[in-house]
Write a protein that binds this ligand. Structure first.
Ligand SMILES: C[S@@+](CC[C@H](N)C(=O)[O-])C[C@H]1O[C@@H](n2cnc3c(N)ncnc32)[C@H](O)[C@@H]1O
Length: 265
């Protein structure tokens, strides 16, 4: 059994190894997942105002940090991967963003960014990649101002976890042959560490830490957050994909779960 330090070090190495691929896949504004689902939902829930101080935890190559800076925020953005932080810095020149390598499973390291200082915090598509989320949630609670808000997006635990399989069936419907895409699910309630291939053609797999919805949200409530906004964004009809069995063709299933939390008084 690996200890926490060794596990998180392996997580860092996995993301460092795929940093170049990830950065090229996302470019400045993110891939289709980001542009259609993650960024719009996070932006609506966060409602960034010019002049606010915003934190991005697990920022990857800085896609959303740049978006918040372009909306007028002053941004502090962190990630466990030093290689991704390098890429993020290179893409963000001229913007009001401070990047820092921080392992978000280390509460003290994250809280050291400044207690009670931030108007808003976001963690996009990264909580399922963190071996534990309680330290990050506790730190974010400490970092936020009393009337601050925290928004997270994750792969939807009910539909888009490594136990979901795409299935296609061809059937006759009212005199026509139609191809229909279904999701086949298993082991939703089984908490645990899984290994994910990530996006098509990623150079190496990485760990994902599956938490069913009730567990994900209860951990937020336990540290003193209340939930006051939720979105389940799905692709609209007509988004092209190279693959028939792709989330873009699953317009009735949300691949992403987005939530807004506020500190309890
Ligand atoms: C799927 S990517 C999302 C990146 C970015 N937020 C985005 O939406 O494009 C997951 C990110 O979480 C980061 N990550 C994983 N474990 C972490 C940890 N313990 N602390 C901080 N970042 C972590 C990875 O390095 C990676 O950048």
């Amino acid at each position: 059994m690996m200890d926490d330090y060794a596990l998180n070090d392996e997580v860092r190495q996995q993301w460092n190894l795929k940093a170049e691929f990830w950065d090229a896949l996302h470019g400045d504004e993110g891939n289709a997942f980001h542009r259609y689902l993650v960024s719009p939902a996070a932006e609506r829930l966060l409602g960034i105002q010019p002049g606010e101080l915003a934190l991005d935890v697990g920022c990857g190559n800085g896609t959303f940090a740049r978006r918040m800076a372009d909306l007028g925020a002053q941004v502090v953005a962190t990630d466990i991967s030093d290689k991704l932080i390098e890429r993020a810095k290179a893409r963000s020149e001229g913007r009001d963003i401070t990047y820092q390598v921080v392992d978000a499973t280390n509460e003290q390291a994250l809280a050291a960014l400044g207690e009670g200082r931030f108007d808003a915090a976001v963690c996009n598509m990264a909580m399922m990649d963190m071996s534990s989320i309680q330290p990050m949630l506790r730190a974010v609670r400490r970092l936020l101002k009393a009337r601050g808000r925290f928004v997270f997006t994750v792969m939807h635990p009910c539909f888009n976890s490594t136990v979901a399989t795409f299935v296609m069936e061809s059937a006759e419907r009212e005199g026509r042959l139609v191809d229909q895409v279904f999701l086949k699910l298993s082991d939703y309630l089984q908490v645990g560490t899984r290994i994910s291939a990530g996006a098509p053609n990623e150079p190496n797999p990485h760990y994902v830490f599956h938490r069913p919805l009730h567990m994900l949200l209860s951990q937020c409530f336990q540290v003193g957050f209340v939930l006051d906004g939720v979105e389940e964004p799905a692709f609209p009809l007509g988004v092209e994909s190279k693959h028939l069995l792709s989330w873009t063709n699953m317009t009735q299933f949300p691949p992403v779960f987005a939530a807004r939390l506020r500190p309890t008084r």
